[in-house]
Design a protein around this ligand. Structure first.
Ligand code: NAD
Length: 382
């Protein structure tokens, strides 16, 4: 496309006709309108732990923008949306619920339908299992949709991790960014699958009892086994890469800051890998952080989180999966390792990449990951 812009000396030249100047202004206006129409308009339905983080990660990108976030009622989370300048909507279309925001001092722009009417895509960050009831609303509004890991694969029909199946998600109507645990498993297992051709995995998820902002979950003084065996976490990886044979068990423990995975993977005969080459493989992957516990003093999840705060990550988040170098050992065909997952944040950049996949913006997952992560770092001044 060739566009003639008015040069400064043309505009200041008295010979420059008013008509040409106007024509060029119109050209510039059309170009700006066309460029802004290329920016994906993203709605966030459910501005809680995940929603507020996804909103900022989207806001950091130059190819997408937040056009509104929803809250169910006027509570303290609305203040953050106001401070960020995100238009605030009510999760529901009820006139009464929308009207409740005004007396509390919030300018509520309308209900969910109003928000969807100006959106290209909605990221549903409602509590687990609640999102399913919203799917029909999104479909009727004609917007693309992304659910979170609290929803079932059977409901969405597609699941997503950046490293696992970005290509399969290109241009689809909707998907589910899998849970924090499944995302973490995918980050380290998918590269191993590519390197070895096949994988069989048994793992135990040692799960945090509640997020730091939760006051209603537990246990606070017990270790609680998840008695549904195998747990859903391992098999959920197979919604991304069915070639990985995987089972898992889970226990909840009284901590709020991270999950830890204890993983035993069986590599195929003739895999040709060593402990060092496995570490080298992971070191080349985006969003995988490998550190030596003995050398750094980072031997527990407490120090991992302190490290994240020290390096200035917003909310103390860690988007990367943390692997202890000295906790990795390949013995014959059996690979043992531990990894730590910051449950509130590893899925955040994946939601950004998923938007690019669904809107058909970027086919190369590594290019999307690079763009996402660099933009988030710059946004947070890191
Ligand atoms: P949250 O409870 O912190 O936030 C949910 C938000 O949705 C709240 O603001 C709530 O008011 C709002 N909401 C309630 N009903 C709604 C409805 N009908 N429609 C839209 N919004 C509604 O929950 P969260 O931890 O942010 O979890 C959101 C999703 O992300 C869940 O599917 C969860 O499984 C998944 N997830 C959570 C974590 C985590 O550690 N917190 C990690 C990965 C994935």
């Amino acid at each position: 496309m060739s566009v003639k812009y008015p040069l400064v000396d043309e505009i200041t030249n008295p010979e420059f006709s008013h008509h040409s100047w106007l024509t060029n202004c119109l050209w510039i206006f059309s170009l700006a309108t066309w460029m802004s129409s290329m920016v994906v308009k993203v709605a966030i339905n459910g501005y809680g732990t995940i929603g507020k983080r996804v909103a900022d990660a989207i806001d950091a990108q130059d190819d997408m923008e937040i056009i509104g976030v929803t809250k169910t009622r006027p509570s303290f989370g609305c203040d953050l949306a106001v401070r960020k300048g995100y238009p605030l909507y009510c999760t529901y279309d009820s006139e009464e619920k929308i009207a409740a925001f005004g007396p509390a001092g919030y300018d509520c722009k309308g209900g969910l339908s109003d928000l969807l009417s100006v959106a290209d895509i909605v990221v549903d960050c409602s509590p687990g299992k609640v999102g399913a009831q919203n799917k029909e609303i999104y479909q009727n509004a004609g917007v693309k949709w992304i659910f979170q890991g609290g929803e079932k694969h059977a409901m969405t029909g597609m699941s997503y991790t950046s490293s696992g199946n970005h290509a399969e998600n290109m241009n689809v109507e909707g998907t589910r960014v899998v849970s924090c645990n499944t995302t973490g498993l995918s980050r380290t297992l998918v590269p191993l699958l590519h390197a070895c051709g096949s994988l069989s995995v048994e793992c135990t998820m040692i799960r945090r009892a509640a997020d730091p902002g939760d006051s209603s979950k537990g246990p606070i003084n017990a270790i609680k086994p998840v008695l549904k065996v195998p747990s859903h976490h391992g098999p959920d990886v197979m919604t991304i890469r069915p070639e990985i044979e995987i089972n898992s068990m889970a226990v909840a423990v009284p901590t709020t800051i991270m999950h830890v995975h204890a993983i035993v993977a069986t590599l195929p005969d003739g895999h040709g890998m060593s402990t060092e080459s496995v570490l080298e493989l992971w070191a080349q992957q985006p969003r995988v952080l490998i550190m030596n516990g003995a050398e750094t003093g980072i031997t527990t999840t407490a120090e991992v989180m302190e490290f994240s705060r020290d390096i200035g990550r917003k909310w103390g988040d860690l988007h990367e999966i943390f692997v202890w170098e000295d906790g990795v050992k390949l013995d014959g065909n059996t690979l043992y390792y531990f990894q730590a997952i910051h449950q509130e944040s590893d899925v955040i950049p994946e939601n950004v990449d998923a938007v690019r996949a669904l809107l058909g913006i970027e086919t190369d997952w590594k290019a999307s990951v690079k763009k996402t992560d660099e933009a988030i770092a710059a946004y947070n001044g890191l």
